[in-house]
Structures are given as C-alpha cells and as structure tokens.
Design a protein around this ligand. Structure first.
Ligand SMILES: [Zn+2]
Length: 338
C-alpha cells in the first residue's frame, strides 16, 4: 500500500477506536512488529524512502498517543461517576488497592543527585546529551590524534563508520561551546560506553560526570578548588585532593586527581593500596586547540575540564568493592541504600 494511503487508514482507525482495548488492537495492526509499516521499514534500501516511512511512523505514533490520552481521560471520568469509594476504609480492604512496598533509589541515582547539588551550588548548569555520537564530536573535535587507541573498534562501539556510542561525556564540551558564547560553567552527566570485558572494576556501560569551565583568567587553582569542593561534598569535609600529571588528548596540561583515602585517612591501608590516595578520574586545562576548534580565541579564553565515573564515586562513598552489582538489578543490593 502507498505510505500516504496507509497513514490515512491508520489515522482513521485510531480515531474510530472507542476503548483503550480497541485502540491497542489498531496499534498492533498498524505499528506492531509485523505491521505493513514495520515490514516496509525493515526492507528500506534508500534514504528517501526511509525518511518518508519514518515520518509516517512518527505521525502515527503521535496520533495513537493523543487518542490514548483522550480515551484514558474519558474512561477515568466515567469511572469517577460510577464508582464510589469509602475513603474511611483502611487501604487493604479497598478492592484492588494494595499497600505498596516502599522502593529505594539506586546508588548511582543517589550519588548523581549529590553531584548535581554540589555543582548547582557553584552556579554550574547541568546537561544531558545524546549517547549516540558522531566520530567528529566524540574524537575529532576533542583533538584525539588519529593514532589514539580509543578510536579503535576494539575499544569503542561503532554504530557505523561515522557514529559511535559515546565513550565519554566530553562531546558535551563541544556542543555547549557551539551553542553559546562563554563564560560557560556546565556539568554533563550520563551513560558512556566502552568495549571492555566485564571485570570487578570495568563494565561496558557506566555513568560519567564531566565538568567544563570556560572564562577569562581561569587557572589551575580554580580547577583544584572546584574538585576539592565537590569531593568534600561527596565524601566528607576532611577529604583532601592532589594532582598527578597525566596525558589526555583534550587537556594540556592534564592531571589525574586523587582524593585522600577515607578508610585510613591517608596513612595507608588495603583500600588505597597503602598509598593514602585513591584515583578518581581525569582533569586538566582545556587544550587551546579545542578552543580554536569551536572558534574561540585561546589568547582570550581559557578553562578547565574534568571527568569522573559516577559508579566509581558511589563505590568509594558506599564501600562497594566491584562495579557489577550496579547493573544486576538485584533488589537486595539496591535496598541497602535507602
Ligand atoms: Zn587507605
């Protein structure tokens, strides 16, 4: 059937549905896995047809969603007029109403909220960007050299030759600098993907938070002060931060920040491998080339960036020895963090 005729017929069916059950039936027929549209989408060989069919799919999904909320409202108001509830009865006695068990937040969510609070308190804006990213934004514009191992398909999930599952939240740096002029103070939080085998310390998906400050006259002291503030907000007022030099493509100089060990207070213990310090991520002053890539004059503007893992931070805060339980959906694990 022509796409246009199909769309017309499906829209009419959505409009004709008088109950949610009828609407569901129509939805399966026109948008379901074996619907004509889905089968056609699977067969698409050229971009134009693909775009046309996707436009039809989007229009139908929107129409079905709109009709669904109409029907839901209608069914609710019908129920409110026909059913009377004695509000003085205890909840257990009310037909299908049950006392629901109380849930708890995932430790990643808990630490994420604390990170957001700490940075909002410093005047940063919080943003979430896309998880499927172009090679251009994930590597090129961040000054990853051509030889960098992260570009290899052994380290990174490629969707196609130009598209990857983002390997860090750093593309947000470019997005925000292209969207608006500095000064910029932002933290990007979200999932990132690496082609790692699952081990006690590594998992192919994890969360990062990434900060960027661009302004006039920013120095390394600002970076250190910011990280110290956030580490103390997350791990306690007595924590200290130190820097070790390192290499990252988009910062120069680059530094790995360490936070003092909370178990031994810095005197040395198995948790910190007897060093008194625990590695927490990467940081550095933004490479002038990255600024030039987004059209800023490196002579006028400077800044710092840092990236840390949320699970890693939660592990430190809650003393969780491995990363695996974060992704196992085991309620016994999650319930410990009420
Ligand atoms: Zn220690």
């Amino acid at each position: 059937m022509e796409a246009e005729a199909l769309q017309k017929e499906a829209l009419a069916a959505a409009e004709a549905a008088q109950t949610l059950a009828q609407l569901d039936e129509a939805r399966v027929q026109y948008l379901g896995r074996s619907s004509e549209l889905k089968l056609a989408l699977r067969e698409v060989r050229d971009r134009e047809t693909g775009m046309a069919l996707n436009a039809v799919r989007e229009a139908l999904e929107a129409a079905f969603a709109a009709r669904q909320s109409e029907l839901e409202r209608a069914e609710l108001s019908a129920r409110l007029t026909t059913e009377r509830v004695d509000v003085t009865l205890p909840a257990e006695l009310l037909g299908d109403v049950r006392v629901r068990p109380r849930g708890s937040l995932h430790p990643t969510t808990l630490i994420r909220r604390d990170v957001e609070d700490a940075f909002i308190g410093l005047g940063y804006e919080i943003r979430e960007d896309r998880e499927i990213e172009t090679v251009e934004y994930n590597f090129d514009k961040l000054a990853f050299p051509a030889w960098h191992p992260a570009r290899s398909s052994r380290d990174t999930f490629y969707v196609d030759a130009d598209t990857v599952l983002r390997t860090e939240t750093s593309p947000s740096q470019i997005h925000i600098l292209e969207e608006k002029p500095p000064p910029v103070y932002m933290v990007s939080i979200g999932r990132v993907y690496r082609r790692d085998a699952i081990t006690p310390t590594r998992f192919p998906i994890f969360h990062q938070f990434e900060g960027l400050a661009i302004d006039r006259g920013i120095t390394m002291a600002d970076l250190k002060g910011t990280l110290l503030h956030v580490m103390r907000a997350l791990f306690g007022e007595e924590r200290e931060v130190r820097f070790r030099t390192h290499y990252f493509p988009f910062t120069e100089p680059s530094m790995e920040p360490d936070v003092s060990c909370g178990v031994c207070g810095g005197s040395g213990c198995p948790t910190c491998k007897w060093s008194g310090w625990i590695e927490i991520g990467g940081s550095g002053m933004v490479d002038p080339q990255v600024l030039a890539n987004v059209g800023l004059d490196p002579g006028e503007w400077g800044g710092f960036a840092f990236g840390l893992g949320l699970e890693r931070a939660a592990q430190l805060r809650y003393d969780i020895p491995t990363i695996r339980p974060f992704w196992e959906n085991d309620l016994r694990f999650v319930r410990q963090f009420r």
